[in-house]
Design a protein around this ligand. Structure first.
Ligand code: FES
Length: 159
């Protein structure tokens, strides 16, 4: 994800809106493009989209919260996902989560202040034979241990 300055966000939005018509059917495609460009939907972007489409801000917010694909906070460059499924749970997933939380200093659903990492938990990756499972971006790590967390996340330790 690229973090842009306020003026760059404005320029990016102007550029995106310049190739859309002010038609309400354009709302979702516009929001998708904004999220792709910025990594999330900042409030000022949703306000601007609302003005552009002559819609109340509440309508734009309502639509964007309906779809799970839209995010309202910046996410980290790397996404750490941990399985909270039964197979992983019984094989020690809670200890893995604890170690990741300790190292990154964040809880599931949060992003580190430096926007390097986001942490999420997933119901099941479908790789239960490898339990407990951790996925960092597209890399799947099976039979996780707290020690392996340290190797994978390096010295990303927070006090
Ligand atoms: S329960 Fe963890 S991968 Fe299925």
């Amino acid at each position: 994800m690229i973090i842009l300055a306020e003026t760059e966000v404005k320029d990016k939005l102007d550029e995106i809106l310049s190739h859309h018509s002010a038609n309400r059917d354009e709302l979702i495609p516009i929001l998708q493009e904004v999220q792709e460009a910025l990594g999330y939907l900042p409030q000022e972007a949703m306000q601007k989209v609302a003005r552009f489409l002559h819609l109340p801000e509440s309508a734009v917010f309502g639509v964007s919260t309906f779809y799970a694909q839209f995010k309202f906070f910046p996410t980290g460059k790397k996404k750490v996902r941990l399985c909270r499924g039964t197979a992983c749970h019984v094989r020690g997933a809670p200890h893995i989560l604890e170690e990741v939380e300790k190292r990154l200093g964040i809880k599931p659903g949060e992003t580190t202040d430096d926007l390097e990492y986001s942490l999420e938990t997933i119901a099941c990756f479908g790789s239960c034979a490898l339990a407990p499972v951790m996925v960092v971006d597209d890399n799947v790590y099976g039979r996780m241990t707290p020690k392996k967390v340290a190797q994978i996340l390096g010295d990303k330790k927070r006090d």
